[in-house]
Design a protein around this ligand. Structure first.
Ligand code: UDX
Length: 438
């Protein structure tokens, strides 16, 4: 099969658009299918509907090459040998579980066009058991095709790198043939020495949620230590640095602050708990409830610091919020701790002004009542307090002396433990950070 294989990608959001452009860059002919005509029109012009470093140029280049096309017409997949399902699995409106509507309808929509011997490969994050039941369904509606599961581990901000040079490839398959097809497709990545892990379908699904649960646990662990440090007069940044030298612990993902957000970690741990309960293994994942609670508590702790710095009643104050996205180098505001804190302060009556290098438009869509500033200067002008909530590099480059002339009070809360405390203090600022004693 190798380079002659035609691929299709169903669902062209973050995951799908990245996967489609990356597979095209490996030499495959790729068609991306999405039900949103606006998204398809943009992608076809080589324009990304979201911000992701490096993906914009790759997309434009692949469209130009002629290998990559996008359409709303599902019949376009009829030419493809392998179909990657990359649609979203958001948290359902009425509970913690994942909403599988899009995955099910994507598989149903391509079923009539699947050619003999083709392979449907799920990449979306789904509750364990989904792949097996979809495979059964497919055996009835399109017995000429097979289904495998191949979770992705891409991080926003590093999506291209994580797709083309992942730290492992995991494939859930029911037979050798499906594994061989995927080995052919991923041959250029395997050639780089990337570890290849063959699993059964349920294990492949579990690998993804287990990895995200571990990462969420690591962040909430250090945020719990931050709470203890605050109570005991310690410094969580020094603590994290010290424990991180033990290679069994490792120093990455130990950044204390306002916690995790985004389109994956929060919803994945909740969906995992919901699924474990269905499976009769509720107790095994009870700890994730605590992980979620610690994470949400960090947001509250920041608001408490604001109140203790200013007053219980926040109505007379202007608060400048630096950062709206859930992490830097992204324009994603889904479940963003920064934006949640800004909205809560706004709801408490404060005059909140939010700045973000890339996320203002998506943030405005979500919270049209919040005030947004195009520049940091405009954001902090006359502010009674600054909250640094997303660690964009441009915020680290700010000059505290210059900013001191713009604000009303020189008070800053570093919600990400990313600013240079001594620098700010030397410039006369009152500087608070989560988990560090003043
Ligand atoms: C995550 C996983 O990392 C990725 O492997 C998976 O495929 C999708 O979900 P992403 O959502 O892009 O990726 O974000 P990630 O980099 O994991 O950060 C998640 C959140 O945790 C962010 O809000 C970030 O600010 C926060 N975080 C991260 C911390 O608070 N402290 C840390 O030390 C690291």
């Amino acid at each position: 099969m190798a380079m002659n294989a035609n691929l299709s990608v169903i669902g062209c959001g973050y995951l799908g658009a990245t996967h489609a452009a990356c597979m095209s860059s490996l030499g495959f002919t790729v068609v991306g299918v999405d039900t949103d005509p606006e998204k398809v029109a943009m992608l076809s012009r080589g324009e990304l509907p979201f911000y992701e470093p490096g993906l914009d140029t790759l997309l434009a280049q692949e469209i130009k090459s002629g290998r990559l096309t996008f359409t709303t017409d599902f019949s376009a997949v009829a030419e493809s040998d392998v179909h990657f399902v990359c649609v979203g699995t958001p948290q359902s409106k009425d509970g913690l579980a994942a909403d599988l509507t899009y995955v099910k309808s994507a598989v149903a929509a391509i079923a009539p066009y699947l050619k003999d011997g083709s392979l449907v490969v799920g990449k979306s994050t789904v509750p364990v058991g989904t792949a097996q039941s979809l495979r059964k369904q497919l055996a009835e509606s399109a017995p000429q095709a097979d289904l495998a599961w191949n979770p992705e581990f891409l991080r926003e901000g590093f999506a291209v790198e994580d797709t083309l040079t992942p730290n492992r490839l995991v494939v859930g398959v029911a037979n050798d043939r499906a594994e061989e097809i995927l080995k052919d497709v991923y041959a250029p990545i395997i050639a780089l020495g990337t570890p290849w892990i063959r699993a059964d379908l349920p294990t492949a699904e579990l690998v993804k949620v287990a990895a995200n649960s571990f990462l969420a646990t690591k962040i909430s662990f250090i945020n719990a230590m931050a709470e203890v440090c605050e109570a005991a007069g310690g410094d969580v940044t020094v603590l994290a640095n010290a424990i991180g030298y033990d290679p069994r612990i490792g120093s990455r993902f130990l950044q204390a602050g306002i916690g995790f957000g985004g389109g994956c970690l929060p919803k994945d741990i909740r969906a995992f708990m919901a699924r474990a309960e269905e499976l009769g293994a509720k107790q095994a994942l009870e700890f994730l409830r605590e992980i979620d609670a610690i994470n949400l508590r960090a947001r509250q702790r920041v608001i408490d610091v604001v109140r203790s710095d200013l007053s219980e009643n926040l109505t007379p104050y202007k608060l400048a919020v630096l950062g709206a996205t859930f992490k830097p180098d992204s324009d994603d505001v889904r479940d963003s701790p920064a934006l949640d804190i800004a909205a809560q302060l706004h709801a408490a009556g404060a005059h909140v002004v939010v700045h973000d290098p890339k996320g203002i438009e998506p943030a405005r869509k979500r919270f049209p009542n919040l005030n947004f500033a195009e520049t940091v200067t405009e954001c902090v002008k006359g502010a009674d307090l600054i909250l640094h909530l997303t660690e964009w590099s441009e915020y680290r480059a700010l000059d505290p002396s210059e900013l001191g002339h713009l604000v009303k009070n020189k008070i800053i809360i570093d919600g990400r433990n990313a600013l240079d405390r001594e620098l700010w203090r030397r410039a006369g600022w009152k500087f608070h950070a989560l988990g560090r004693t003043d």
